[in-house]
Design a protein around this ligand. Structure first.
Ligand SMILES: Cc1cc2nc3c(=O)[nH]c(=O)nc-3n(C[C@H](O)[C@H](O)[C@H](O)COP(=O)(O)OP(=O)(O)OC[C@H]3O[C@@H](n4cnc5c(N)ncnc54)[C@H](O)[C@@H]3O)c2cc1C
Length: 384
């Protein structure tokens, strides 16, 4: 039976970053990914400076032709498209936080991480179906009937993690909200495509986000909607079917939905905090450890930070505990802000919404120092 020192389950952004961070420290690992081939989801992702700082340090970045550097994040009102607030994300942000803010396709980031992890570092078509620790390490079982042994297992297998079950038994928590996602050609998006920016429209019970990807050739679109139950699996719907849910919204949002084509529709979930992120020789990172709602665009960024810190501690005595101690406080703060978005981003028009908008109008780059500057690195934060 094949034995590896370290097995990573899941070649998403967290698992691939772990493979690269370990390789940079001369530590070999074997990554098991259930998908048959590289690629991953076709959607977009915002990479904030705290994530980009880690990726730069690891010498990884999406190809310039794939990435976009948005100038700003604009928050707008649902009904009249008026500007609530604007945060600069361009050169001022890069100077302040030490790394750029990028928007990119997930697949472009995965390609860059995979290239950095090295050829043959990932076994595709390798779905882990169970694991058991014994005196010799951890025995991993795969859907094709094969087994592998590893000294340490890193669970990076996302929201529905199998590996998490070896640390703690719990269930995902439906947020009451679903999300519709599409990537459309920029020419369909009219004035929203240029200048490049992240735009978030806030309205009662829902919000809508767009930003450019593919070097500006496409626009990523995410629209949320409250629903009593999530679809049982990801399903495709027509953008025109969403217009009823967005009735009364400004034509710029409704127009975008109308030209979006097919959107993927799925539920939004997180899980309560775990008592511990590790047990024996098994340790979790990213969504497997702490899935969060996407309302602060940080799930992948936190997975990237996790991977970097875990690689730094893994070979130390008590490594997983040190990793968790270094990460837990920050991650729980981010998860709490993300969860608060369920209410804060979706207020009905009225006094609370006006107070929220006044606070948002007053935000500037300094509001995000805790999140974007220095990331998980206390030395970098202290040096600021
Ligand atoms: C609508 C939406 C928008 C978002 N936007 C952002 C954003 O802008 N910025 C941001 O930072 N985050 C964002 N996120 C969050 C981000 O997508 C996740 O937090 C991030 O992908 C987590 O990375 P991960 O590697 O931990 O897990 P995943 O990306 O879920 O990767 C897990 C990997 O494990 C594999 N896998 C699963 N089970 C098995 C198994 N049994 N055996 C082998 N392989 C397995 C999967 O195929 C997958 O490749 C968003 C999320 C949503 C839902």
């Amino acid at each position: 039976m094949t034995t590896s020192r370290i097995a990573v389950v899941g070649a998403g952004i967290g698992g691939l970053t772990a493979a690269v961070a370990l390789a940079r420290r001369g530590i070999e690992c074997e990554v098991h990914e259930r998908s048959a081939a590289p690629g991953g989801s076709g959607g977009g992702i915002q990479l904030s400076p705290n994530a980009m700082a880690v990726l730069h340090r690891l010498g990884v970045g999406p190809a310039p032709a794939d990435a976009v550097r948005p100038q700003a994040r604009e928050l707008r009102r649902w009904r009249d498209d008026s500007l609530i607030g604007r945060v600069e994300l361009g050169p001022d942000a890069e100077r302040r936080f030490g790394a750029p803010y990028l928007t990119v396709r997930r697949a472009a980031l995965s390609r860059a991480l995979l290239a950095a992890a090295g050829p043959g570092s990932v076994r595709f078509g390798s779905r882990c179906v169970g694991l058991r620790e014994d005196g010799d390490g951890v025995l991993l079982r795969f859907a094709d009937g094969s087994q592998r042994r590893a000294g340490t297992v890193i669970g990076a297998d996302g929201l529905h993690s199998i590996v998490r079950g070896a640390v703690h038994q719990d269930a995902v928590r439906y947020s009451g909200h679903t999300v519709y996602r599409a990537v459309l050609p920029a020419e369909r998006a009219g004035r929203l495509a240029s200048p490049p920016r992240v735009v978030v429209w806030l309205g009662p019970g829902r919000h809508c986000v767009t930003y450019p990807v593919d070097g500006g050739r496409s626009l990523n679109l995410v629209a949320t909607a409250p629903e009593p139950a999530p679809p049982t699996a990801v399903r495709e719907v027509a953008g025109s079917d969403l217009l009823a849910a967005y009735s009364g919204w400004h034509p710029v949002v409704r127009g975008l939905l109308a030209v979006a084509g097919r959107l993927d529709h799925h539920g939004l979930f997180d899980r309560p905090a775990l008592p511990s992120w590790h047990r024996g020789r098994v340790v979790l990172l990213g969504d497997a450890a702490h899935p969060m709602l996407p309302f602060i665009a940080q799930g992948a960024a936190q997975a990237i930070e996790d991977a970097d810190v875990l690689a730094a501690h893994l070979d130390e005595p008590g490594g997983p505990a040190r990793y968790e101690a270094a990460r837990r406080g920050r991650v729980e703060q981010v998860c709490a802000v993300a969860r608060a978005g369920l209410r804060d981003l979706h207020l009905p028009d009225g006094p609370e919404q006006r107070a929220r908008d006044a606070a948002l109008a007053a935000t500037d780059l300094s509001t995000f120092d805790w999140l974007y500057a220095g990331g998980h690195d206390p030395a970098a934060r202290a040096a600021r």
